[in-house]
Design a protein around this ligand. Structure first.
Ligand code: SF4
Length: 516
């Protein structure tokens, strides 16, 4: 049942909701292919431009006819053919630029509306989709990039993620949700998919049922970042692997039918959960899907912040995976093509993206690692990155994003290089840059989170940043705390160097940055 069937004219809804009732977001895909790709950029109406998100496409900054596109990669796992397909699109239409996002997706820039039908077609040929990678709908499902090869996973979640993805993708019963909706499903005990910052998350758990220990999941709801961030809350439920889809449908149905549609900034599931509390939400869920067992034993033991750099043994004897650093998540089409070639020659023919904007090459026989690492691509995309470059994340920023207040990616790159040249530190310090409060670069969970702002100086308005410190997920999960004042963009590197130097000198033994 789609939302239109539930809506009554007495309900107060915002203007975007009215647009969605007039024409479903998914209808834009046909309109792009049949109409706008022939008529061109100037023919696109403002309402339809807003609907482009359902095709996974955003207008790029400045608004001169170029677009950015996000492609869904389930759990970040893609085949080498898919990687070549993506590289081909970037080369043909996207000025060779390929960004890895913090939700394991691939993002292109510089596309035009005339290119979109061929891009949709090229993606479909390799089994990939940009559809619903953006918009008020279930987006890319993030998960364990090591699914199936992971020594630290309780259960291989590949099939579960694909099942949930296939159910929701292009499903018109769920293409009109109150706001964006993000799911995470991981069987890894180190929380590789940042469960607490998703609308709905499944984390590994066990429970004895009918005298047998069953591996399954715990369920978390109502997490999300942006200007008012919330950590997801755990429900008192244990979910068998075969029931994950049922629970996902139940939670998404409640969000569709009871989520807020009056104010855009209070529409995410997190606001409904904050108002109802997890108990009432769970009662509604049980009404929806029937009885479920209560919680079992939680198997998450920590948080690795989705970092995998270096060479590590897989659960399969004799095979290793190699975690590479992709500086601030950006590579070019030729590099992606070369990684696909290497995955075929040395690995298992897959490439995996991580929520830290990096890439993993899995399935490499341990005796081939040295030969593989001789390839020149690993000089830049190295498995042994410098300390700060290895832990720096950045959103798109005002190079392409219309919502951005400041430039982020190039600056993040420069700051990480500066810190690597000036500070020696054994412990990783995670630094995240975002260009506006939307927090696509997940600044709230960073050791040091930097959020763009403008400040007035004698020379006029200049780029600046709020600094927040001490974010972490896992046990003791908390968002970082904002420090007083703002720092000019040009001074960020020097100020962070001082801050980290202070930590280095003042910390107690083994004290991590977030607990300092
Ligand atoms: Fe754009 Fe803001 Fe998201 Fe950065 S955080 S990509 S500036 S919307």
């Amino acid at each position: 049942m789609a939302y239109e069937a539930i809506w009554t004219s007495t309900q107060k809804i915002n203007d975007v909701e009215k647009q969605k009732l007039e024409k479903d977001g998914l209808d834009i895909i046909r309109t792009i292919i049949d109409d706008y790709s022939h008529q061109g950029y100037d023919a696109i109406t403002p309402d339809d431009m807003n609907r482009f998100k359902w095709a996974g496409v955003y207008e790029q900054k400045p608004k001169d006819g170029h677009f950015m596109m996000r492609v869904r990669i389930n759990s970040g796992v893609m085949t080498s053919d898919q990687a070549r397909g993506l590289a081909g699109i970037a080369h043909a239409y996207g000025r060779d630029l390929v960004d890895v996002t913090t939700r394991q997706a691939i993002q292109f820039h510089w596309l035009t509306v005339e290119n979109l039908p061929d891009i949709f077609h090229r993606l479909e040929q390799v089994g990939l989709y940009s559809f619903e990678a953006c918009g008020d709908c279930p987006r890319t499902i993030v998960g364990n990039p090591l699914a199936g090869i992971d020594k630290d996973e309780l259960i291989d979640t590949t099939d579960i993620v694909n099942e949930v993805n296939d159910f929701f993708l292009m499903n018109r019963d769920f293409s009109n949700l109150p706001r964006k909706y993000k799911m995470s499903i991981s069987g890894n005990i180190y929380n590789t998919a940042h469960a607490e910052i998703n609308d709905l998350a499944f984390t590994p758990a066990v429970k004895v049922l009918d005298g047998q220990e069953v591996i399954g999941f715990h369920v978390w709801v109502g997490g999300g970042l942006s200007a008012k961030p919330y950590l997801a809350q755990k429900l008192d439920l244990f979910v068998r692997p075969e029931d994950v889809l049922k629970v996902a449908i139940g939670v998404t149905t409640i969000f569709r039918d009871h989520g807020y549609r009056e104010k855009r900034h209070r529409a995410r599931l997190k606001f409904l959960i904050a108002d109802w509390g997890p108990e009432k939400f769970q009662e509604k869920l049980i009404e929806q899907i029937g009885d479920m067992p209560t919680s079992g034993e939680d198997k998450t033991v920590g948080w690795n912040a989705a970092y995998f750099d270096g060479v590590h043994p897989q659960k399969q004897d004799g095979l290793s995976y190699v975690g590479l650093n992709i500086p601030v998540g950006r590579l070019d089409a030729q590099e992606l093509e070369e990684l696909a070639r290497i995955a075929d020659e040395f690995g298992d023919g897959t490439i995996r993206t991580t929520m830290s904007q990096n890439i993993i090459i899995p399935g490499v026989p341990s005796d081939k690692i040295d030969a593989m690492l001789k390839a020149s691509i690993f000089e830049r995309l190295t498995p042994n990155p410098n300390r700060f470059m290895s832990r720096t994340v950045s959103c798109t920023g005002n190079e392409f994003c219309n919502l951005a207040i400041v430039e982020t990616k190039e600056r993040a790159n420069r700051v990480a290089q500066y810190l690597d040249e000036h500070i020696e530190l054994e412990e990783p310090v995670r630094i995240h840059f975002v260009g506006c409060p939307n927090s696509c670069g997940q600044k709230h969970i960073a050791d040091i989170g930097l959020q763009g702002a403008l400040i007035k100086t004698e020379d006029g308005m200049v780029d600046a940043f709020d600094i927040a410190v001490g974010g972490t997920l896992g046990e003791g999960a908390k968002f970082n705390d904002r420090l007083k004042g703002k720092v000019k963009g040009d001074d960020i590197a020097a100020v962070l160097a001082q801050l980290i130097q202070y930590y280095k000198e003042q910390r107690q033994q083994d004290e991590s940055f977030h607990s300092f």
